[in-house]
Design a protein around this ligand. Structure first.
Ligand code: ADP
Ligand code: ASP
Ligand code: MG
Length: 405
């Protein structure tokens, strides 16, 4: 008998009929002789609606209360699935994060899971019940509900799989696996039968929202057998696994994009030692993550510095930079929030040259200007104007030979 964690995303539980479909997938696992712990998201669109209620109530809302509001979507779906399973004769019980308990730190709105006490769930399993756990939520040190950041139900599922030493963690969603790029933008995207933890981690952190980044981090750390598959079609999905388990390695395995970027350019910055620290120090102190950075060669003692920050933090960053300008001599400051970061990812880059060059050439051929570049061992990212997102994704997908036949 295997123990499986089955996670179903928003589209898979979008209404009562779809929740019935989820119940049948749970039943199928039980009929195969396995035990299952189910983790659910809120119905699709519900969390967005709850977030907008908070914004409407007050622009600078208290994050504790935000969590009290946005965690409710998952409570509805776990209750409904339990009712449906019970009506099918399957003993099932809904569990809120605090009841498990899934303990997190106090970073309301983006809490990290610290520990999961599995005694209650194990007792429920031993009694023959199916625990249906609310994803995305936990309980903080003050005994208050916390949420794990958008897309956090994936992390709830992987964390439970790790804590319970489950044999598998199945992430059921509205696509039938992880593709070479977002299949909704590039119709020629190809499904990857396998992808390494490392590549999946880069893809997720560079914008592919099919799995939350932290869920992949955790799966990699605890070696959870992670699978992404469709709620609607009974076909093999994508296995996230170790590099050794992949026979045919591609040089580039995926292309990701992120619209969550904003660009800031400081022109005519007086160039002397310590200048970067005096610009980026205050941003770090304000918890603003700076991602890509370029500094031009200086001319007549002055230089230009361009960098990116999360789009949601742009106005805070500009406020911080206003203060910085009182100390640092900067001639001009400009910014843009209509940029997108496009990244090509692949473990094969470690051993193959020319990957970045192919990217630059493909973009140049389409007349797409590159604003900023950054690289790491297994990825190359460029910042371009947002209007070219689709054109760039399709051009790169073809250039790296990823198009489906
Ligand atoms: P869920 O509600 O099930 O958690 P999400 O919307 O969070 O689903 O994630 C699934 C979506 O991720 C897909 O509908 C797809 O548009 C998007 N996506 C982005 N990049 C990829 C990729 N490389 N492979 C598959 N899906 C991707
Ligand atoms: N419902 C939450 C969200 O929309 C968590 C999730 O779906 O994973 O972000
Ligand atoms: Mg998701």
């Amino acid at each position: 008998m295997a123990l499986i964690v089955q996670k179903f995303g928003g589209t898979s539980v979008a209404n009562v009929d779809r929740i019935r479909n989820v119940a049948s997938l749970v039943k199928k696992e039980l009929d195969a002789g396995n035990q299952t712990v189910v983790v659910l998201s809120a119905m699709s669109g519900v969390t967005n609606k709850l977030v907008s209620f908070c914004e409407e109530a007050a622009p600078l809302y208290d994050m504790r209360e935000y969590d009290a509001v946005v965690s409710t979507g998952e409570q509805v779906t776990v209750g409904l699935l339990s009712i449906i399973l019970q009506s099918m004769g399957v003993p099932a019980r809904a569990w809120a994060g605090w009841q498990v308990p899934i303990r997190t730190d106090a970073a309301y709105g983006k809490a990290r899971i610290e520990t999961i006490d599995t005694d209650n769930l194990r007792a429920a399993l031993a009694a023959g019940e199916v625990p249906v756990v609310a994803g995305f939520q936990g309980v903080g040190p003050e005994g208050r509900v916390t949420t794990l950041g958008r897309g956090g139900s994936d992390t709830s599922a992987v964390a439970l799989a790790a804590a319970l030493s489950a044999d598998r963690c199945d992430i059921y969603t509205d696509v039938d696996g992880v593709y070479t790029t977002d299949p909704r933008i590039v119709p020629k995207a190809r499904k990857l039968p396998r992808v390494t933890y490392e590549e999946m981690l880069e893809m997720a952190s560079l914008g592919a929202k099919v799995l939350q980044t932290r869920s992949v981090e955790m799966a990699m750390k605890y070696r959870v057998n992670l699978q992404v598959l469709s709620s609607f079609e009974d076909i093999p999905g994508t296995l996230v696994c170790d590099e050794e388990d992949i026979v045919e390695k591609e040089i580039v395995s995926g292309i990701a994009y992120s619209r969550d970027e904003a660009k800031v350019t400081l022109q005519g910055v007086k160039d002397h030692p310590g200048i970067a620290a005096s610009i980026f120090g205050p941003l770090a102190d304000s918890n603003i993550n700076v991602d890509m950075i370029v500094q031009n060669v200086s001319e007549q003692g002055r230089t230009d510095v361009t960098f990116t920050v999360p789009r949601t933090d742009l106005s805070r960053a500009l406020k911080v930079l206003d203060c910085v300008r009182k100390e640092v001599d900067i001639r001009d400051l400009s910014h843009s929030d209509t940029v997108v970061k496009i990244s090509v990812i692949g473990v094969g880059m470690r051993t193959h040259a020319g990957v970045a060059q192919k990217m630059f050439a493909a973009l140049a051929e389409r007349g797409i200007n590159i604003l900023v570049i950054s690289t790491s061992e297994i990825k190359v990212s460029v910042l371009i104007e947002e209007e070219y997102t689709e054109l760039a994704l399709r051009a790169l997908h073809t250039a790296y030979g990823l198009d489906a036949k």
